[in-house]
Write a protein of this length. Structure first.
Length: 301
């Protein structure tokens, strides 16, 4: 039946709407005047959502973003002082050592292929999971809505908003150029960073870039990033083995997208008074982007 509806959608909508074909007609959404989706029905069921407006500057102080580079294995999190802990993708493997409060997953292949991790995340009632509508649909289809005990915060890729036309990658600067809350890379006008996630978040090939936009919006003023190695992409992530390693496409995007994107993020965060520390001393990102400091030095008494 879903294939039938997909074909109808394809033949009745312009190609720029193709990214919605797996959602129609199963999703019904309501948007606020600020642009964010505030109500969702999926396959007839109302899906409770955390209102993004309620979370604007809800937090302050420090947060730890736990990425998944191999350097995570070298860190002793027992010395971490109290702060909000944010996980991405497979970082939940550290659940016995870190008390996650916020979580971000925007990689649909991760949801499809690491069901054990996703099942544990959505079963945690202390978590708020930021994910896309495609992510929510996949989770409900695979696990059922009844299995979702975490809170859901619905976020969107600014260039692929639900039931709106796609913004092509080479048209980002033209399309969003007049938006006061969006900043652009001076040398790469189609790389952008938003300070208001309600109208969409910009992608740069890595979930950590999404996390920086989200955490600025939430109000944190100092961010520590663990596992942001950006090197040895052939190696398993800290929670993987050679046998279950998922592919990484970061190497091919590093110089052309990731470096200018994180350079832009650094500038915007600094402008807003947010300090960022990269806890991966061997990270391929230079200290000119984010200051590098060892975990022990960052949190010494």
């Amino acid at each position: 039946m879903s294939t039938f509806f997909k074909q109808i959608y394809r033949y009745t909508r312009p190609r720029a709407y193709r990214h919605n074909e797996n959602l129609w007609p199963f999703c019904r959404i309501t948007r606020a005047s600020t642009g964010d989706i505030t109500q969702l029905r999926y396959k007839g069921q109302p899906v409770p959502l955390v209102p993004l407006t309620d979370w604007h500057h809800r937090f302050s102080g420090d947060a730890l973003i736990t990425a998944t580079g191999p350097s995570i294995n070298e860190m002793d999190f027992a010395g971490l002082p109290p702060m909000t802990v944010v996980g991405v993708n497979g970082a939940y493997a550290l659940k016995d050592r870190l008390d996650f409060q916020l979580y971000i997953i925007v990689d649909m292949s991760f949801i499809d292929r690491r069901t054990d991790v996703v099942r544990a995340i959505i079963a945690d009632p202390t978590l708020t999971l930021f994910t896309t509508l495609h992510g929510i649909a996949r989770i409900i289809d695979r696990f059922t809505l009844a299995a979702v005990r975490c809170r859901l915060a619905l976020i969107e890729d600014a260039c692929y908003r639900i039931y709106q036309p796609r913004v092509p990658g080479d048209g980002v600067g033209r399309h969003f150029g007049q938006e006061p809350h969006i900043r652009f890379s001076p040398d790469h006008p189609d790389i952008a960073f938003t300070t208001d996630i309600r109208s969409g978040i910009f992608d740069a090939g890595t979930v950590v870039f999404w996390a920086l936009q989200i955490l600025l919006y939430l109000g944190f003023t100092r961010l520590y990033i663990a596992g942001l190695d950006m090197t040895n992409f052939h190696q398993p992530r800290f929670y993987e083995t050679d046998h279950d390693k998922l592919p990484s496409f970061l190497a091919e995007k590093f110089a052309s997208i990731i470096v200018p994107a994180f350079t832009l993020a650094s500038e915007v965060l600094h402008h807003h008074g947010v300090e960022v520390k990269n806890l991966s001393l061997n990270s391929a990102l230079s200290s000119e982007i984010f200051e590098k400091v060892s975990f022990d030095d960052a949190f010494q008494d």
